[in-house]
Design a protein around this ligand. Structure first.
Ligand code: GLU
Length: 464
């Protein structure tokens, strides 16, 4: 029987859930779901200076919005301190870790000496116990760090799920500090204990952690653990090829919520950032889970493409039923001072949804129908509502008074009227738009008239 798959997402709560983090979470989640496994959420909050409760909340909010539900957790590293201490004590007893009394200045001098010999700067092993070696006397009053006794022979290697085989000579790896002088465990150590205790089988994370992996593997082996599979995802670059950052616009997932992107679009778009399934660009969450296979993860960096995200979002907007979209857009209309509970909101959405790339654009468009009337600016009125056009519109208004108020009939009336007067469509439609909604461009004029309603349209034309 194969071991059940267990993956984890292990964010450090030092800011919002950013796009790279969300993609890592998505791939870890999808891998677990694909294999019917378990997805664990672990909050790596041991950096007390940079971790904040707001950031924890922002990460939880982002995951909830994307519906990346964890099966276990959130676990918090700060709540596991006793366990880390227990493992440290066990390692000291087993001789896989040791106290090191070298001061930071001494360690710096060792590194300097190595550099001077053209070697990699490193701790020189002064306090590393060896058979037959006498350790120096313990300096009085100095609190020791605890170092991991890293193997000095051989190499540490793994077959990365994304990058293929990776190897490090063990001589390259220092005896890592795993506890500080005050006894608190360090980052790489906590990760190992957690991955071990949580029985993680597949670690999917950003490739900024590649250098940590051999150290973590060695500690894990020293603890008698089974080494998980590792997959390191290349980073996401901005459209200009630089590392994605605030400079490129929104990097927090929740900003995309605010800006009117649908979570399903975000999932679809993020899934394609560094992963592919043939030429498929649009797929459901379920399809993604079914297809997700790390052998199709790309080894090269992915590039953030806001235009493509908009295209994907537009697709999901079109796919979403009008009633559901209306619910999503209503608060955005209210925020603009519009009437969010208008009876015809669904019909308004139906008219606009094919052209909207975001819910914000949809709300902007809907304000034509749900917002207060904005009369034409003087310039537009001057250009389009001169005496002749006002007379024309009055005649047209008289015709409308007897027209059944639905799109086809209104359209027929518009056509009949321009034919009779020998006009081209814009010669009626533009002044009509300016008179009724104060602008020259709107969706199809018959649809606009229908949705505004007879009273509104005739009322506004009567004021000419
Ligand atoms: N906490 C780390 C980060 O936010 C991730 C560690 C890991 O996945 O092993 O980058």
């Amino acid at each position: 029987m194969t071991t059940p798959v267990r993956t984890r997402f292990a964010p450090s709560p030092t800011g919002f859930l950013h796009l790279g983090g969300a993609r890592t979470a998505l791939f870890s989640w999808a891998y677990a779901r694909h294999h019917g496994g378990t997805f664990v959420l672990r909050v790596e909050d041991t950096d007390l200076e940079r971790s904040t409760p707001e950031a924890v909340q922002a990460i939880l909010d982002g995951m909830r919005w994307l519906q990346l539900d964890a099966d276990e957790g959130p676990f918090y590293q700060m709540q596991r301190m006793d366990r880390y201490r227990e493992v440290l004590a066990g390692m000291l007893a087993a001789g896989t870790a040791y106290y090191c009394y070298s001061s930071p200045e001494e360690v710096e001098a060792m590194r300097e000496a190595a550099r001077a010999q053209g070697l990699k700067p490193r701790y020189d092993g002064t306090w590393r116990p060896e058979p037959g070696k006498t350790l120096p006397p313990v300096p009085e009053g100095r609190k020791p760090v605890i170092r991991f006794r890293n193997p000095q022979e051989g190499e540490t290697s793994w077959n990365d799920m994304v990058k293929g085989p990776i190897r490090f000579a063990n001589t390259e790896l220092d005896d890592l500090i795993i506890a500080r002088p005050d006894g608190t465990p360090t980052y790489n150590f906590c990760v190992v204990v957690d991955d071990l205790d949580m029985n993680i089988t597949h670690v999917i994370r950003g490739d900024d952690h590649v250098n940590n992996t051999p150290r973590q593997i060695n500690i894990l082996k020293a603890l008698g653990g089974t080494v998980p599979e590792y997959g390191h995802l290349p980073m996401i670059l901005g459209p200009d090829g630089e590392k994605l950052s605030k400079r490129h616009g929104a990097v927090s997932v929740m900003e995309y919520d605010r800006d009117g992107y649908l979570p399903e679009a975000m999932i679809n778009y993020l899934a394609r950032l560094g992963w592919s399934h043939g030429d498929d660009e649009l797929f459901t969450r379920e399809q993604f889970v079914e297809w997700f296979d790390p052998s199709h993860l790309s080894r090269s960096a992915a590039q953030w493409d806001p235009k493509k995200l908009n295209w994907v979002n537009a697709h999901y907007i079109k796919q979403t039923p009008d009633a559901e979209l209306a619910k999503l857009v209503a608060p955005r209309i209210a925020a603009r001072g519009g009437k969010a509970d208008a009876d015809n909101l669904e019909a308004v959405i139906a008219l606009l949804k094919d052209r909207a790339e975001t819910l914000e654009q949809l709300a902007d468009g809907a304000m034509l129908f749900c917002g207060p009337h904005e009369p034409a600016p003087a310039e537009l009125a001057q250009e389009h509502l001169g005496d002749d056009n006002r007379a024309l519109l009055r005649d047209f208004a008289a015709l409308l008074a007897d027209t059944p108020w639905q799109r086809e009939a209104l359209n027929a009336q518009v056509k009949a009227f321009i034919k009779e007067r020998g006009l081209k469509m814009p010669q009626l439609a533009i002044p009509l738009r300016v008179a009724v909604v104060g602008r020259t461009q709107t969706p199809s004029i018959d649809a606009v008239l229908e949705l505004l309603g007879r009273d509104t349209v005739l009322g506004r034309l009567a004021q000419l």
